[in-house]
Design a protein around this ligand. Structure first.
Ligand code: F6P
Length: 534
């Protein structure tokens, strides 16, 4: 097994000190409008073309000095050595003593670590997917994925995104919440005879998933069906537990695949059923191409590296607490939710890999909605609110719908938003306007102040030629490696998630108390609430 290289935490480097000094001095005066005026080539110089993803980084609040110091920071921290070690199978998930090898799941046959095991499972997944897709023979019309977190968000996001490429006679449903209001409305429309349930859980111990799987099984039996083994399949690293549930067909994966990094293997079964073998292989190829880019592209044109470093710049030097993701494609409506787990569960840490408390901030809040919907909700705050929030736009050049007159409107909105964030509007310009809805009782100068936009608000725009399996694979791998990059600078372990455990343990203690009403020893608030909920 490969060895984890010595690395240096970001705040202990010379580059960090240089960036700090700059952020407190000249860096505070960075102005995008002046930067473009002074440098007509800024767009070209700050564009990065990665496999299937073009990124315009020029509307970000950085300059040549910041960019070069961020690259020094990455080098001083050992980001590249750490990247190579991860790909080679070093146990970079130090707190669990595990390798982190989701990249092996998309390496072509014979090329990555554990290739034989990976491709044996992939072959079975794809063969099974093709079997289900032969709907006349399989009789399946509805596929219900029961899983949560990494066993839900990736497949759900990808199946929605690639709807235009999905089998036209199959419907997909994703049930995650232990709230029966999630499962019940799905079941209401199903015919047990034509439904396939996929129970997806890395550990096969997750309360929500097991409870939903039990409820689905009870419903299935209540419909007069007996062939559980044919209608329930499992995806897990814990095959014994799945078999104990009554599942006979299981697809496995390994502890070196984190839940939130797992849709490239068996957890991607719903995606494979939706797309078929050819489509799923294209999805893997896109991710593999991004892996190769991350491994081999020079740091200055390496998109995940550039993005991860930008995240550090915004978070630690410009004080940005969140990043908004605005995909201008309805198919990507679940991308923000998917990214919340990917980034916030990975990088929401406050000690370094040695367990030392960090004196700086880590994961930002990641949030968003598809455009243009977000424009009519929270974009007001992005434009005129008191916080500067970097926004990430995703524009897709070719639509897959044939509806006339819509797509250019969508794209024009996308362009207009990043332009408006950057340009803003001065009080003088606002004063020259006479909005019909302005109150006649208020002085025009005061109205103008309400209608002023500070501007100079940063954004990144990704351009995808089309939203197809290959492109989506590349886009998601880009996000994974971006998270790796910022984690490596911060010196944290992006691959554990101890922070989810306390709540799970307390829930197990409260469950019997909800039944018995025993509040002895509870804090006053929890006891009061428990009494109200009984
Ligand atoms: O509670 C967090 C978590 O452990 C995630 O990391 C994981 O993706 C999710 O729960 C589901 O876990 P499992 O796939 O084991 O059911």
């Amino acid at each position: 097994m490969s060895v984890i290289p010595d690395t240096v935490r970001g705040d202990r480097t010379e580059a960090w000190a240089a960036l700090r000094a700059y952020a407190e001095g000249d860096g505070r005066r960075l102005d995008l409008r002046q930067s473009f005026a002074a440098d007509p080539d800024r767009f070209d110089r700050m564009a990065v073309q990665a496999p299937a993803v073009f990124a315009d980084l020029s509307k970000n609040l950085w300059d040549g000095f910041v960019r070069s110091q961020l690259l020094c920071l990455a080098a001083e921290c050992g980001v590249f050595k750490r990247r190579d070690a991860m790909f080679a199978g070093a146990a970079v998930n130090v707190t669990e003593g595990r390798s982190v090898l989701h990249t092996a799941l998309r390496a072509p046959r014979g090329q990555g670590p554990y290739s034989d095991e990976v491709h044996a499972v992939l072959d079975r997944v794809l063969a099974y997917a093709e079997q289900v897709r032969d709907v006349e023979r399989s009789g399946i019309r509805d596929v219900v994925n029961i899983g949560i977190g990494g066993s839900d968000l990736g497949p759900q996001m990808a199946v929605a995104a690639l709807d235009a490429h999905a089998h036209p006679q199959l419907r997909f449903h994703f049930v995650s919440n232990v709230d029966g209001h999630d499962l019940a409305p799905v079941l209401r429309h199903l015919d047990a005879a034509t439904t396939l349930f996929i129970v997806a859980s890395k550990t096969f111990t997750t309360q929500e998933t097991l409870a939903n799987a039990e409820a689905a099984k009870a419903w299935f039996l209540a419909q007069g069906r007996t062939d559980v083994a044919r209608h329930f399949v499992g995806v897990t690293t814990n095959v014994a537990a799945a078999e104990a549930f009554g599942i006979r067909t299981t697809f496995g994966f390994w502890d070196w695949v984190g839940g939130r990094y797992s849709m490239w293997g068996a957890i991607g079964l719903p995606i494979a059923i939706a797309l078929g073998a050819e489509g799923f292989n294209a999805f893997l190829r896109g991710a593999y191409e991004m892996d190769q880019h991350f491994l081999h592209a020079a740091p200055e044109v390496n998109l995940p590296v550039q993005l991860g470093l930008l995240d550090v710049w915004y978070r630690n030097f410009l004080g940005c607490t969140s990043r908004s993701v605005a995909p201008y494609h309805q198919g990507l409506r679940r991308l923000p939710a998917y990214l919340q787990q990917l980034e916030m569960e990975s990088n929401g840490k406050s000690v370094d890999t040695d367990g030392q408390p960090l004196p700086f901030a880590t994961s930002p809040v990641v949030w968003g909605e598809p455009g243009t919907n977000g424009q009519h909700a929270y974009f007001q705050m992005l434009h005129q609110g008191s916080d500067v929030i970097p926004v990430e736009f995703i524009a897709v050049k070719e639509p897959t719908h044939g509806l006339a007159g819509l797509h250019h409107k969508l794209l024009a909105n996308c362009l207009a938003q990043s332009q408006a964030l950057m340009l803003g509007k001065t009080a003088e310009a606002a004063a020259r306007e006479h909005p019909p809805t302005a109150s006649p009782d208020m002085a025009p100068g005061v109205i103008a102040r309400h209608r002023t936009f500070a501007g100079n608000r940063p954004s990144t725009t990704f351009v995808l030629e089309r939203l197809d399996p290959l492109t989506l694979g590349a886009l998601i791998a880009m996000y994974e490696h971006r998270v790796f990059t910022s984690a490596a600078v911060w010196g944290i372990n992006a691959y554990d998630q101890w922070g989810v455990e306390l709540g799970k343990a307390l829930c197990n203690q409260l469950l019997p108390r909800l039944q018995s009403g025993d509040t002895a020893g509870l804090d006053g608030s929890t006891a009061g609430l428990l009494n109200r909920l009984r």
